[in-house]
Design a protein around this ligand. Structure first.
Ligand code: GAP
Length: 473
């Protein structure tokens, strides 16, 4: 086995452990499992949805709440079909597909080429990518059956179609699309926001919402799915300020991940060399997933393409009369675009830790505390002592007013700690017999820290102040 193969196996092993923990501990389930599954769709369980909500909350706080110049939006998933013609998605939103002649798996050719180190991407046209694929076909192996026998490459459109509002049998000729990205809802509402909110250029519109793509291959768990959520911000600038604002946005997005608690050594910039014709510059922020550095977020300078296209296709002018200079122009757009699921996977990967504690091994999800699904778990020392259970329940109810909290009286304390470590709960509170005593002898509880595993006695009346200082939300 080569060193690269050994590393790949170790990486896959980590990924498998994360996938298995997510299922076992109620973070993420494969969709429709009792029916045999539904490819490239995942469901978020009780802890997954808390983690997902924390990720969205942090994004919204940074992108909207703390920014005077950015406002929020929630546009519909369905939009006028012409929008997808204007955006270029109907004609050009496609990935290169080839079929393995042996096992009939459908494969993304740019990924197969990337895996053997050949330069290719989804923006290449059919002719271009067929040429590169032909050149390298012999080196490429089907990831499913290992054979090297493929059809030619065809570009496959990723838009998902529906019959919404169309009651004919041949609706597929005139479909309503499920949105392939959320930002089109932002562009077509740009004027509404400008006319109704107290904004002037430069300003941004941010949105979190579902997007759908008919991805050819579902890869790497929630990294690439057919239904996913995006967090996108489109910032409208004057043409002369576009690149200055772009640099500011790049810095802000890097800092955002550090503030989120992602380890900096797991992040890097990737500059796009093969730009679409209208783009001024495009960078991805990549994260070091267990399967290597891959795109987490795109930060792009898009020129005036988006608003110009919508003005052309809708027939409604979208230019801006600058009150400061009297100048008229179509605003330029810089965007930040990231998937919720992809961020969740980065956070899970960053947090997954195996540690030796004495003779035992513990698995602990070291989530940044503000992202942890459960902030505090409360245990009665013994399950069969009603006075301990009643006191623990009362403390649990008090903490729940401010923080996501869990009550657990199953198994022994060691087992409960292990379970809370695996779901990344920063603090566990144990109610014991001393707690039931009045001060000065009692009235306190044991608080155990997830990362240091240190335990300290804290007075019940001081518990909330204690947690307030711990950056839990
Ligand atoms: N508006 C620009 C846009 O949509 P993109 O590179 O296609 O650009 C942006 O997508 C981000 O959305 C990606 O960086 C990724 O985080 C997320 N994303 C895209 N496709 C995805 C998929 N199939 N599954 C999960 N996340 C996806």
């Amino acid at each position: 086995m080569t060193k690269k193969e050994k590393n790949n196996n170790a990486d896959n092993e980590t990924m498998n452990k994360i996938v298995s923990l997510c299922k076992r501990r109620g973070f993420i389930f494969p969709s429709s499992e009792i029916y045999g599954g539904f490819a490239a769709v995942y469901d978020y369980g009780p802890y997954g949805v808390e983690l997902e909500n924390a990720v969205k909350r942090e994004w919204w706080r940074t992108m909207v709440r703390l920014r005077e110049d950015i406002v929020g939006l929630d546009s519909g998933i369905f939009m006028h079909p012409r929008i997808w013609e204007a955006s270029g998605h109907v004609a050009g939103f496609s990935d290169p597909l080839a079929e393995c002649r042996n096992c009939h798996a459908r494969l993304r050719v740019d990924h197969l080429l990337e895996d053997i180190g050949a330069q290719a991407d989804e923006k290449m046209d059919e002719k271009e990518i067929n040429e590169i694929f032909n050149e390298h076909k012999a080196e490429v192996k089907c990831p499913h059956c290992g054979k090297s026998d493929f059809t030619g490459v065809k570009k496959f459109n990723l838009l998902v179609k529906s019959n919404l509002g169309n009651f004919t049998d041949d609706w597929a000729k005139d479909p309503a699309y499920l949105r392939g990205e959320t930002c089109q809802g932002i562009y077509v509402n740009y004027k509404n926001v400008l006319d109704s909110a107290r904004v002037k250029i430069p300003f941004g519109i941010a949105q979190i919402g579902k997007a759908f793509r008919n991805e050819i291959t579902a890869r790497q768990f929630i990294f690439r799915t057919r239904e996913f959520e995006q967090m996108e911000m489109q910032y409208f600038t004057s043409p002369d300020k576009e690149m200055e604002e772009y640099e500011k946005l790049r810095q802000a997005r890097w800092q955002y991940y550090l503030d989120l608690g992602i380890r900096e050594e797991n992040l890097k910039w990737h500059k796009h060399e093969n730009l679409v014709f209208y783009a001024k510059e495009a960078y991805d922020i990549e994260y070091n997933f267990p399967f290597g550095f891959k795109e987490l977020e795109g930060v792009h300078a898009r020129g005036d393409y988006d608003l110009s296209q919508h003005a052309k296709f809708s027939g409604k002018p979208l230019d801006y009369a600058d009150p400061r200079t009297g100048e008229k122009y179509v605003p330029h757009v810089i965007e930040s675009s990231v998937g919720v699921g992809r961020t969740v996977l980065a956070v899970l990967s960053d947090a997954y830790t195996e540690e030796k504690v004495g003779d035992e091994e513990r698995v602990v999800m070291k989530f940044p505390r503000k992202l942890a699904p459960i902030k505090v778990a409360v245990f009665p020392l013994l399950k069969n002592k009603p006075e301990l259970v009643a006191k623990a329940k009362a403390i649990y109810r008090d903490i729940s007013v401010d923080y996501m909290c869990e009550f657990d009286d199953n198994g022994n304390i060691g087992k409960r700690y292990r379970r809370q470590d695996e779901i990344g709960t920063p603090y566990c509170v144990t109610v014991d017999f001393d707690t039931l005593e009045n001060p000065p002898a009692g009235g306190d509880v044991t608080v155990r820290d997830r990362d240091t595993m240190k335990q300290e006695r804290i007075k019940i009346e001081e518990l909330m102040d204690y947690f307030k200082g711990k950056n839990l939300s």
